[in-house]
Write a protein that binds this ligand. Structure first.
Ligand code: IVH
Length: 661
């Protein structure tokens, strides 16, 4: 027994070291394979011998704790924010004020990391609490989520009682990955890495947080004098020796002119960094002067944040090409001279649509300004007119670049409506086979295009007829027996997918992964769904007129009718398993309408609670409504409920109804 405990301690140390070397120092010492092996061994032992599981075990980095809400906690020391400087004059006056008070100071300059402030409390060297800033006085306890961040030590290199503060952020690489997934699922992508980090930290399921690859730079020790620290430079060094990740671009400088020079360097540097910075933080280096220099109500007078102008770069527009999406929509794309922005090299950018190009008068050959507005693909937002040479005004194409069909204009977009258009079909098939849809392994862009060109895959249903062409497939380039069988197996396997994946895969405009589920919760087969009218669909919570119209018009088409009978005849799973719920529950099958501002729950939280307990949430009150859940400033829906004699309930009454769930 003792030897098992010892082995577990040994594994903890090995994994902790490996984490530190890999994530904090960026110098891996063991292979991923070895790392996984040790981690598995420790996880297995922890399952078998839970009483030996250490409080600081690195297996916590994988997450697993699910909370129902975050606890509010009062900060031991308030978390202040900083005053801002928007230009160098603001910095000079910051310096002059300090000098006028007679202080002789040097400055520490750091990058301002664009994320969210978090404070970490260690007792005896063990992380016991992590809080958000909140309003500066009270924060939220996000300890379980913070524990999943690889660069946050669960145990310090010394057994200290200490509070450390810093910025949690999402590196561009993880941000792009998360947003790509969101876009695939047709969910709204995060606007920028800061929102993504903040949104992730507010996740109640720490497993999701663990997958998002957040990171943290620390920049403050609370009560540094207790650790005999004299300057901010020493603070940074000290945190580093304790095992924290500290940004290594900080500099100690003699005067404000040197500070300004370094900020100019930072401003150039930031385009190539793998994380987002929105400025520089300038701090008096001598900690003993802080109480004397003092504080305003909100911020210290010994520090200031200099804000960079939003990141933009200039480059040349070489050409404008056109992409045909799976719905037939034509998107103009800027082909650019390669340029570095937000840590990645960019040579293409979206131009959205014809109006966008004309409004900005963007022309081939122009020098244009580019920014990364949250999306993965940056956008051209301005032309540098002073540099315009010989150019011609932009002219939208009139025919599909793929099949030559004449384009149709609908609102601001142009569409190719040829059902046999190659680009459209290829994109439709790629979408159908993609991971969040039917998840057919290896049926990606290259293979779909190859099979399309061989006439083997001209439509979605052809995917399921490929098994009749096994020999032909095996003889194709880059194919072979094993990969063909793997592909054919994955195709057959996909017929068992849940119906929401199939519905999403159809690529109906405005019907993303979440909307598919919402629709099927109410209409659990495609047959039922195809009979619903625009009005029927609009009574479902979160289904607006655009989605409703698009669904109805899709199911009316000859193409959809044929495709759906094909699915039925070929053994696809055609019934959606509506969430298994307690049929005895008070809310089972009851129709709710929400109105007004609830005291503690958001509207989304309340509707999730209802749906998870088997109830339904609709957007408008009718005689079929069972309950109207109302909060402050409830309007016409509450009035209508009274008129129709429908029962109205408060949040507290809802929670009472759900208390056994
Ligand atoms: S020092 C009294 N250093 O910027 C507050 N803050 O605008 C001391 N931030 O709330 C904060 N990088 O969230 C400091 N190197 C850095 C920072 C930094 C980012 C954030 C932090 C702070 C906000 C102030």
């Amino acid at each position: 027994m003792e030897s098992i405990k010892k082995r577990m301690e040994e594994l903890e140390i090995i994994i902790e070291e490996a984490n530190y070397n890999y994530h904090t120092l960026d110098k891996p010492t063991i292979s991923d394979y070895e790392y996984d092996k040790y981690l598995h061994e420790l996880k297995d032992l922890e399952e078998k011998y839970p009483h030996f599981k250490s409080k600081t075990t690195p297996t916590q980095k994988i997450g697993g704790v699910v909370l129902d809400k975050f606890k509010k906690v009062i900060h031991r020391e308030p978390m202040m924010s900083l005053s801002n400087a928007f230009n160098f004059d603001d910095l000079t006056s910051f310096d002059e004020k300090i000098k006028k008070e007679g202080f002789d100071v040097t400055y520490d300059v750091e990058l301002k990391i664009d994320g969210l402030a978090i404070t970490l409390l260690y007792e005896n060297g063990i992380l016991i609490e992590a809080l958000t800033r909140g309003d500066g006085i009270t924060g939220e306890d996000v300890t379980e989520n913070i524990k999943t961040i690889k660069t946050v030590p669960l145990r310090l290199k010394e057994p200290l009682d200490i509070e450390i503060r810093g910025e949690v952020f999402m590196p561009f690489k993880s941000f792009d990955k998360v947003n790509l997934e969101k876009i695939e699922l047709e969910e709204e992508p995060f606007k920028n890495p800061r929102n993504a980090a903040a949104g992730t930290i507010r996740q109640l399921d720490s497993k999701i947080v663990a997958k998002r690859d957040l990171d943290m730079f620390t920049y403050t020790v609370v009560n540094p004098e207790s650790y005999n620290l004299k300057t901010q430079a020493e603070v940074l060094e000290f945190m580093s020796t304790l095992g924290f990740k500290v940004n290594n671009y900080s500099r100690t400088l003699k005067n404000i002119n040197e500070v300004i020079e370094v900020i100019n360097e930072f401003d150039k540097l930031r385009h190539s960094l793998p994380y987002d910075t929105d400025g520089a933080v300038i701090k008096v280096n001598e900690l003993e002067l802080y109480p004397q220099i003092g504080y305003t109500a909100k911020a210290p007078k010994w520090a200031i944040a200099y804000k960079f102008a939003p990141e933009e770069v200039e480059t040349k527009l070489i050409d404008i090409t056109f992409q045909v999406g799976r719905t037939g929509v034509i998107t103009p794309v800027a082909n650019l001279e390669s340029v570095l922005i937000s840590g990645s090299t960019v040579s293409r950018a979206t131009l959205h649509n014809e109006d966008y190009i004309n409004n900005l008068d963007i022309r081939i050959g122009d020098v244009v300004k580019l920014r990364k507005a949250g999306e993965i693909i940056p956008e051209v937002f301005k032309v540098v007119l002073e540099e315009r040479k010989d150019t011609n005004p932009f002219k939208m194409i009139t025919h599909c670049p793929s099949c030559g069909e004449e384009l149709i204009k609908e609102s601001v977009d142009y569409f190719c409506i040829n059902p046999n258009c190659k680009a459209q079909m290829v994109n439709k098939i790629i979408h159908f086979a993609s991971r969040p849809a039917m998840n057919i392994d290896t049926l990606g862009e290259k293979v779909v295009t190859q099979l399309f060109n061989h006439g083997l895959l001209l439509d979605i249903k052809d995917i399921y007829l490929l098994k009749n062409h096994r020999e032909t497939l095996i003889n194709l380039e880059r194919m072979g027996k094993r990969s063909v069988d793997k592909l054919l197996n994955a195709i057959e396997e996909s017929k068992n997918n849940t119906l929401d994946k199939l519905l999403f895969g159809l690529g109906i405009r405005h019907v993303g992964a979440k909307v598919s589920k919402t629709l099927l919760e109410v209409y659990p087969t495609l047959e039922l769904l195809s009979k619903a009218t625009i009005e029927d669909l609009q009574t479902i919570y979160e289904i607006g007129p655009e989605i409703a119209k698009s669904v109805v018009s899709y199911f009316k088409s000859e193409y959809a009718i044929k495709l759906i009978s094909f699915f039925k005849e070929n053994g696809f799973n055609m019934e959606y398993q509506v969430k298994v719920v307690d049929k005895e529950s008070n809310v089972f099958d009851k129709m709710f309408v929400l109105t007004g501002k609830l005291p503690t729950l958001t509207r989304n939280e309340a509707s999730d609670l209802i749906i998870n307990a088997g109830g339904k949430v609709m957007s408008s009150v009718s005689k079929n409504t069972d309950y109207v859940l109302f909060g402050e400033e409830a309007g016409s829906k509450l009035k209508k409920a009274h008129e129709l004699g429908i029962k109205t309930i408060t949040e507290a009454e809802l929670l009472e109804m759900l208390k056994n769930e």
